[in-house]
Design a protein around this ligand. Structure first.
Ligand SMILES: [Zn+2]
Length: 85
């Protein structure tokens, strides 16, 4: 094999790799869409899952609570509390 052929081979393999990668990604995305459609048909909502994940996320400990000014929690801590006036 000449040096030129060896280089050509590398480029060819690189191209094959890219194509294989794109194909695998496309197949996975298709699978994901199919699964999402099935989940939706069962009444599962992707957006509600994200909302729950957001609510479960811990508050930034450095951020002050906009309600009472303490650090370590945010306004959600006061959700449902009676307003103190
Ligand atoms: Zn607070």
């Amino acid at each position: 094999m000449s040096a030129n052929e060896a280089v050509e081979k590398v480029f060819k393999l690189q191209e094959d790799f890219e194509n294989a990668r794109k194909e695998a990604i496309a197949l996975l995305l298709k699978q994901r869409d199919d699964i999402a459609a099935q989940l939706t048909s069962l009444g599962y909502s992707e957006s509600s899952r994200k909302a729950n994940a957001f609510q479960r996320r811990r508050a930034d400990p450095q951020k002050q609570c906009p309600v009472c000014g303490e650090k370590g929690h945010d306004a959600r801590r006061h959700k449902g509390e009676k307003r103190q006036h």
